[in-house]
Design a protein around this ligand. Structure first.
Ligand SMILES: [Zn+2]
Ligand SMILES: [Zn+2]
Ligand SMILES: [Zn+2]
Length: 159
């Protein structure tokens, strides 16, 4: 399956291909675009592969290893947890929009920063490898709620 990518990287770095490493990576591939805490991964992967035991320590270690290998990203969505998501082969493919009212995370599926990276490289001679971006705002749902609240309420007197 898509584990070819993982196997190739492990080989390059002379690391062993283990079923635990494969299970963690393929879970993230299957749930592309989702953001997991190590704890959530531990529960989901243990449930899915009930025959092979995996410890929390292995999950943590493997996640850090995958980040170093450039296969996944560690992200902070301001909810107090460290989260991990798959990094696509062509680099990351979406950015996060965080609603400051409800805390919900939306995704922007385009990476509009490729041009910015090019400009930075041209101006500074810096070879850009990655970037992080979080956009804060108010989501459409919360905006609609806010507007409703601002509307003067009709005073209906019941008599
Ligand atoms: Zn994401
Ligand atoms: Zn919201
Ligand atoms: Zn980007």
């Amino acid at each position: 399956m898509s584990n070819e990518r993982l196997r190739g990287e492990l080989k390059k770095q002379n690391l062993r291909i283990t079923s635990q490493r494969e299970n963690i990576f393929s879970f993230l591939v299957e749930h592309k675009g989702e953001h997991f805490t190590p704890d959530e991964l531990y529960k989901a992967i243990s449930r899915k592969n009930s025959r092979t035991h995996i410890s929390k320590a292995t999950i943590y270690r493997t996640l850090e290893m995958l980040v170093k290998m450039g296969l996944i990203s560690k992200i902070d969505l301001d909810d107090g947890f460290e989260r991990y998501e798959l990094k696509e082969e062509s680099g990351h493919q979406h950015h996060h929009l965080i609603c400051t009212v409800c805390g919900k995370v939306y995704q922007l599926d385009d990476d509009l920063l490729d041009d910015l990276e090019k400009i930075i490289e041209e101006r500074t001679g810096f070879k850009v490898k990655d970037h992080q971006l979080k956009i804060y705002g108010i989501c459409p749902e919360c905006l609609a709620n806010e507007e409703n609240e601002l509307k003067p309420k009709l005073k209906v007197s019941k008599k």
